[in-house]
Design a protein around this ligand. Structure first.
Ligand code: SF4
Length: 314
């Protein structure tokens, strides 16, 4: 099961945003990223939090060492122009540790970061009205799915999945509302259930990164939850993902897939493939080969690499 390409929440979200975006990313095209981009900084903070929660008591120096080890950008005097410099990330870890000492956590940590893979089977697909299209089977089958879970915890007798979020957004109710029907959160819970473990929902551990003023304040750290998912919400998640996977199977691998413009300038940022998508296909193929990195999209490999880095530091 682990040698084939298995979809995760990012794959499904990308496909729903724009099928062509999904195709290009699945092939492995990736714009070379800046050192202090949101993904790199987020991964460094995740490494710090993984160390933080793997220990029973507060050890902020160990968590900061994990952040330093995972951070790939310039440091010291060379970080002056960075939006997310290492020094900011380390202060964020200090601020988080001060607000949420490990000893005061209201939950028990059952497991830290780890790759999950499960076969999802819906209990009763026939209850759903499925599209009656030519070539589209109306009875669904099971599918494999994967993800990198940040934490499993027990809070007041309930098992939950925790996701660490680093964001430039303000942490208000609207920010947290997005997780109530989230593909990623419901997918984590569905996998827990499919693996035979009790799990009733999700818990969000959010850290705001102030890229403009580089300030660190207690309100920049917020925990939210539990977000409880009823079985019906898990079932409808599985139905929707299965339908997406059917559509993905239906496209040809080689050609341009539908270009939905929803992601072209989302959040006032150009999609990394914006120029590519405006070109004739032949020119676009050349540009992709010359200007983009090509890396296999493999959630399991990245989870293992992150784990190795954290273990070496911790
Ligand atoms: S630029 Fe627009 S059309 Fe092209 S992949 Fe990105 S979202 Fe899709």
């Amino acid at each position: 099961m682990t040698n084939k390409w298995v979809p995760d929440a990012t794959a499904i979200k990308n496909f729903r945003t724009c099928p062509e975006l999904f195709r290009l990313k699945r092939i492995g095209y990736k714009k070379p990223s800046s050192f202090d981009g949101p993904i790199t900084a987020g991964q460094a903070i995740h490494a710090g939090l993984d160390t933080w929660f793997s220990l029973p008591v507060s050890d902020v120096e160990a968590a900061k060492a994990a952040i330093s080890d995972a951070y790939e950008g310039p440091v010291g005097v060379f970080e002056a122009d960075q939006k997310r410099p290492l020094s900011l990330l380390l202060r964020i870890m200090d601020g988080y540790a001060e607000k949420y000492p490990r000893e005061d956590d209201p939950f028990e940590v059952l497991e830290t970061e780890g790759y999950q893979e499960a076969t999802i089977t819906g209990p009763d697909w026939n209850r759903y009205k499925l599209p009656n299209l030519p070539g589209f089977a109306r009875s669904l089958k099971h599918f494999d799915y994967c993800g990198i879970r940040d934490l499993r915890i027990n809070l007041n007798g309930q098992n939950l999945i925790v996701d660490h979020k680093t964001t430039g957004s303000y942490l208000n109710q609207l920010y947290f509302d997005q997780f109530t029907l989230d593909v990623q959160m419901r997918g984590y819970v569905a996998m827990e259930l499919a693996l035979g473990r009790e799990c009733v929902g999700a818990y969000i551990n959010a850290l705001h990164i102030d890229t403009r003023h580089h300030k660190v304040k207690p309100e920049h750290f917020q925990r939210h939850g539990p977000i409880i998912f009823e079985q019906e919400q898990i079932d409808s998640w599985a139905r929707d993902v299965e339908l997406d996977l059917r559509r993905i199977e239906g496209y040809d691998d080689g050609e341009r897939w539908p270009q939905y413009q929803g992601g072209c300038t989302a959040f006032f940022k150009r999609c990394e493939f914006f120029e590519v998508c405006r070109m004739p296909a032949e020119l676009a193929a050349h540009k992709l080969e010359v200007e983009f990195d090509k890396m296999p999209w493999n959630p399991k490999a990245s989870a293992e690499a992150r784990k190795r880095s954290t273990d070496a530091t911790g």
